[in-house]
Design a binder for this molecule. Structure first.
Ligand SMILES: NC(=O)C1=CN([C@@H]2O[C@H](COP(=O)(O)OP(=O)(O)OC[C@H]3O[C@@H](n4cnc5c(N)ncnc54)[C@H](O)[C@@H]3O)[C@@H](O)[C@H]2O)C=CC1
Ligand SMILES: O=C(O)[C@@H]1CCC=N1
Length: 272
C-alpha cells in the first residue's frame, strides 16, 4: 500500500463491488487521505469514510498510482468521457464484467497500462478470488502491482488469454450468487421438510461453511469427501440420486448456469 498511500488511488464507482474492495483495502492499511472516490450516489458507509478523510467527489489528483473503474459496463463509455487529467504513470484497473481491454486502449491509448480484473464480493472479507489479465503495456511491474493489490483481498489467478475472462465471470465472478441461491434453496427445502426457517437457515449456513472448509488443494479429494458422507444404501445416496437423475441433472443445470453468465459477458463485450 506504500505507493498508493504516496501517489494515491482513484476509484470510479463505489457500489457493491467497489465498496467491497475499498473496505478491504482500507482495512489493509490504505490511508483514507490517499483515496479519491467518484460516486454520484454515495452510501452511508462511503460518507463515513469521507468523514475519516477519504476524498469523495473531489478533483482527480495528478498522476495517481492506480485508477480503478468499478462502474457498470453499460456506463463505461460515459465514465471514460468524464475522466480527465494526468495519468502518465497511472495503472488502470477495470473490474467491469463486459468491457474488453481493447475498449480501454481505444479510449486511453495503447500505451496506457491496463489490467482487467474479475474479482468477487467475498473480497470484502479478504476471501475473494480474482482473475487478472494485463495489456501489453502493463506486463511486468504494473501487473505485479495489480496482483499485490488483489492479493490483499484474496486469491489471485493470472490469465494469459483475455477470452478466458468470460468463463471466469461465469464461474467465480457470478459464483457467490450461486452459493447464496443454493443456501436459499436449502432453507426452503428444510422448511418443506418440516423445520422452522431460523433453524433451517442455521443448519444450511453452517453446513456450507463447514463443508467448504474441508475442501483442500486437490480436486480429486472432493469426490472422496462426497463419498465419505454417502453411506451405501443410506440417505445421502437417495438424495444424490435425485441430483443425478433429474432432468436436467445437476451437472447439466450448473453448466447451463455458468454458460448463461459467460454468454452475457460476451454479449456485453460485443456491445462495448
Ligand atoms: N457485484 C459483483 O459481484 C461484481 C461486480 N463486478 C463488476 O463491478 C462493476 C460494478 O458492479 P456493482 O458494484 O455490482 O454495481 P453497482 O451498481 O453496485 O455499482 C456501480 C456504481 O457506479 C456508480 N456510478 C454510476 N455512474 C457513475 C459515474 N458516471 N461515475 C462514477 N460512478 C458512477 C453507481 O452509482 C454505483 O454506485 C460492474 O462492472 C460489474 O461487472 C465484477 C465482479 C463481481
Ligand atoms: O452480475 C454481474 O454482471 C456482475 C459481474 C460478475 C458478478 N456480478
Amino acid at each position: 500500500m506504500e505507493a498508493l498511500n504516496k501517489n494515491g488511488m482513484v476509484l470510479i464507482g463505489c457500489g457493491r463491488m467497489g465498496s467491497a474492495l475499498l473496505a478491504a483495502w482500507l482495512d489493509t492499511g490504505l490511508a483514507h487521505e490517499a483515496v479519491t472516490v467518484v460516486e454520484p450516489y454515495p452510501s452511508d458507509w462511503l460518507k463515513e469514510q469521507a468523514a475519516k478523510g477519504l476524498r469523495l467527489n473531489a478533483d482527480i489528483p495528478a498522476n495517481p498510482a492506480v485508477l480503478i473503474l468499478a462502474t457498470k459496463p453499460q456506463m463505461m463509455k460515459e465514465v471514460m468521457g468524464q475522466i480527465e487529467g494526468d495519468f502518465a504513470d497511472t495503472l488502470f484497473i477495470s473490474v467491469a464484467a463486459g468491457t474488453p481491454i481493447s475498449f480501454f486502449e481505444a479510449e486511453l491509448g495503447a500505451d496506457a497500462k491496463i489490467v482487467r480484473v474479475m474479482p468477487n464480493t467475498p473480497a470484502l472479507l479478504k476471501k475473494g478470488v480474482s482473475a487478472l489479465v494485463a495489456n501489453k503495456a502493463a506486463q511486468g511491474a504494473p501487473l505485479a502491482a495489480a496482483q499485490d493489490l488483489m492479493t490483499a483481498v484474496g486469491v489471485v489467478e493470472i490469465l494469459t488469454d483475455e477470452e478466458d475472462i468470460h468463463a471466469v465471470i461465469g464461474l467465480s465472478g457470478s459464483g457467490p450468487a450461486y452459493v447464496f441461491a443454493f443456501v436459499e434453496a436449502l432453507v426452503a427445502a428444510g422448511k418443506d421438510a418440516g423445520l422452522e426457517e431460523d433453524l433451517a437457515f442455521r443448519l444450511a449456513r453452517d453446513t456450507l461453511v463447514g463443508a467448504a472448509a474441508m475442501i483442500g488443494d486437490n480436486f480429486a479429494e472432493v469426490a472422496t469427501l462426497r463419498e465419505n458422507v454417502t453411506s451405501p444404501g443410506g440417505t445421502t445416496a437417495a438424495a444424490l440420486k435425485v441430483f443425478a437423475e433429474s432432468e436436467p441433472n445437476l451437472n447439466a443445470l450448473v453448466s447451463a448456469v455458468v454458460k448463461a453468465s459467460k454468454d452475457r459477458s460476451i454479449e456485453l463485450a460485443e456491445m462495448a
